[in-house]
Design a protein around this ligand. Structure first.
Ligand SMILES: *Cc1c(COP(=O)(O)O)cnc(C)c1O
Length: 400
């Protein structure tokens, strides 16, 4: 049987290659950091494409906390929560997440992908509606697919379009539930969601608000709590989902955080919680340490934002086209337009010591190809200046 499938799969693979959409994975031979070493030729490069916003991926204090937790609590749980229960360290992390985000309660998942897969189905039935931003993360889209609620989509971060969809949804579901789902920060552009306006509309149309804050938790807002703090609507967001795999140390794991009854119900009904293993103790210990560090000092956040301002200013001085001038975020896309150029630019940047990836259709709109770069608190200004110089050189070589 496999012989027939094999041929079809080979044809599939060939199609992916020929369309220029093949994703090559690079291999790193060092810890994740602002500067990394590549496997193979051992080249040292500046990493401009990690979600390591606070530079904590290789932080010694975080690693030590994780190691000490593993020493004390063992390597793994070998069970899901409803069978073997949890360890105190899991409870501690759930409390720490809730305190940090300013929410009533939190529930842990193996990843934010699972959190988003878990959150809709227990809360919404076929008599309810989800109104979803058109640029929401793939895991939100999948989560919505797993749930029977009616689906509505609005143009990215467009409050007028959202209101149109809310009107329609309210007309369709009558007294049913409506939930608005949005990323806090959209990862391809670094656009920050208008959460305050979204919460106003949610009130008007009696909808719940769910925010996936993966590219914000730890550094957006005065206390680094996220987009809800940045937009001054902390008490108005019902559900936040997030990851430990980005700014918060970068290991893995995710959570849903929010209203007490919502979290209580997810503990009873969320399938990725009920049927998937508990987070490893070491990750709990490392994540608790990160949240303590971020509550004790603004130093890393401050450095991230001053680095972001410096890097954006330098790119603009050199005449690059980068969105997000009015509302800067450490996600800094350098717009190139053409998909081929974006691919070539990524390869040439690497030759010049800069590790950054091109994004093109279908990941972003046709004609909107870009190199997406991400600033970290772990970068020095010299690193960032070197990256800018590499962009200048590659632009001259490729002539875009
Ligand atoms: C990275 C990301 C996820 C997935 O998080 P994991 O913990 O890596 O599964 C979900 N949503 C958004 C918006 C993300 O950027």
């Amino acid at each position: 049987m496999y012989d027939q499938v094999k041929e079809a799969l080979q044809a599939n693979l060939e199609e992916i290659r020929e369309s220029g959409l093949w994703k090559e994975e690079r291999t790193i031979a060092s810890p994740q950091a602002a500067r990394i070493r590549l496997a193979g030729n051992g080249q040292e490069v500046i990493n401009m494409c990690a979600n390591n916003y606070l530079g904590l991926s290789d932080n010694a204090e975080v690693s030590a906390a994780a190691a000490a937790t593993m020493e004390k609590w063992g390597y793994g749980l070998s069970s899901v929560r409803f069978i073997c229960g949890k360890q105190e360290i899991h409870e501690e992390l759930e409390v720490a997440v809730s305190q940090f985000l300013g929410t009533a309660d939190s529930i842990l998942f193996a990843a934010c992908f699972d959190a988003n897969g878990a959150v809709f189905e227990p809360l919404l039935t076929a008599d309810d509606a989800i109104v979803s931003d058109s640029l929401n993360h793939a895991s939100i889209i999948d989560g919505i697919r797993l749930c029977k609620a009616k689906r509505y989509r609005y143009a990215n971060n467009d409050l007028t379009a959202l209101e149109d969809q809310l009107k329609q949804a309210r007309a369709d579901v009558g007294t049913g539930r409506i939930m608005i789902a949005t990323d806090g920060v959209f990862s391809m552009d670094g656009t920050i969601a208008h959460l305050d306006g979204i919460c106003d509309l949610a009130e008007k149309y009696e909808a719940l608000v769910m925010v996936d804050d993966c590219h914000a938790t730890g550094f957006m807002g005065k206390g680094g709590r996220g987009t809800h703090e940045h937009r001054d609507c902390m008490d108005r967001v019902d559900i936040l989902t997030g990851t430990f795999g980005k700014a918060l140390g970068g290991a893995s794991g995710g959570y849903v955080s929010g209203r007490k009854e919502i979290i209580d119900l997810l503990r009873q009904r969320a399938r990725p919680y009920l049927f998937s293993n508990s987070l490893a103790p070491a990750i709990c210990g490392g994540s608790i340490k990160v949240l303590q560090m971020l509550s004790a000092s603004t130093e890393r956040r401050d450095r991230l934002w001053s680095n972001t301002a410096f890097y954006r200013r330098r790119l603009e001085e050199e005449g690059f086209s980068i969105p997000g001038k009015d509302e800067p975020h450490p996600i800094v896309p350098i717009m190139l337009g053409d998909a081929k150029i974006a691919q070539q630019a990524s390869a040439k940047l690497l030759e010049n010591g800069v590790y950054a990836i091109g994004f093109f259709y279908p990941v972003v709109a046709k004609g909107a190809a870009r190199i997406r770069t991400q600033v970290s608190a772990g970068h020095s200004q010299a690193d960032l200046e070197e990256a800018v110089q590499a962009f200048v050189k590659v632009r001259a070589d490729l002539g875009w």
